[in-house]
Design a protein around this ligand. Structure first.
Ligand code: ADE
Length: 236
């Protein structure tokens, strides 16, 4: 999978060098390219924002640098993919977007090319999304009902959630199956050795060797936890 990221803070994405995603990049499974939006400005001050039409607080990101950046990425990716080039998906992190879920991550993990456009300030000029829609699919994505200073942290979270679902990124694919949200429930509690720690034991069923009983206990724990912490998931 190829992932392009456009941001005025490309250094945010240096952490993609480390951990499992770093290994996946080194192994050629993930091709991540980070672009500085200011490289697509044409004025001496490398301006990326301006005051909002209609007034109001804050600044809005100007459309011109975004247009040039997205055009350059789309052209480059179409050469990359040759005649087989598939549609690119343009993802704009935004608190005004649809909520990013595990199902979204799984869906996007099948794409060949993702482009993350990280906005700052009060957001990106709305026409940029219309232009991006001429280059591929466009989705505005929210991590949840809270506001971050910009799209970078949200893009990082999404890249990790999507990247780890690509075959070969996580060593043991079985570890992806029994996770929170994969079956609509929260994950069951886990324990490891020692069996007694600071006066706290391990649920006896886990030491019983009875696999049927263990599976039933784990499922009960999943339902119980989900009911207590995330009743909205059970309603769904
Ligand atoms: N940018 C600012 N807040 C955000 C959020 N909650 N999700 C995604 N992108 C954002």
């Amino acid at each position: 999978m190829r992932i392009d990221v456009v941001s005025i803070f490309p250094g945010f994405f240096d952490v993609l060098e480390v951990s499992l995603l770093g290994k996946a990049r080194a192994a050629g499974i993930l091709d991540v390219r980070v672009h500085d939006l200011r490289d697509f400005t044409t004025d001496r001050h490398r301006t990326v924002d301006d005051t909002p039409y209609g007034g109001g607080a804050g600044m809005v990101m100007k459309p011109e640098p975004w247009g040039l950046a997205l055009d350059a990425i789309a052209t480059d990716a179409s050469h990359d993919g040759g005649a087989e080039a598939s549609r690119s998906v343009f993802l704009f992190p935004s608190p005004a977007g649809e909520v990013f879920r595990q199902a979204t991550a799984r869906d996007l993990s099948h794409a060949d090319h993702l482009v993350f456009g990280c906005g700052r300030y009060e957001g990106i000029d709305e026409r940029v999304f219309a232009h991006a829609a001429t280059l591929g699919d466009v989705r505005l994505m929210s991590l949840g009902d809270y506001v971050l200073n910009g799209g970078e942290v949200a893009a990082m979270a999404m890249i990790e959630a999507i990247g780890r679902l690509i075959p070969g990124v996580v060593g043991n694919p079985e570890s992806l199956v029994e996770e929170s949200h994969e079956d609509g429930l929260l994950e069951y509690p886990s324990y490891t050795k020692p069996s007694e720690w600071r006066g706290l034991g391990v649920p006896p069923v886990l030491l019983s060797g009875n696999h049927g009983a263990i599976a039933a206990w784990r499922h009960d724990q999943q339902v119980e936890r989900t009911r207590a912490r995330r009743p909205d998931l059970l309603a769904d």
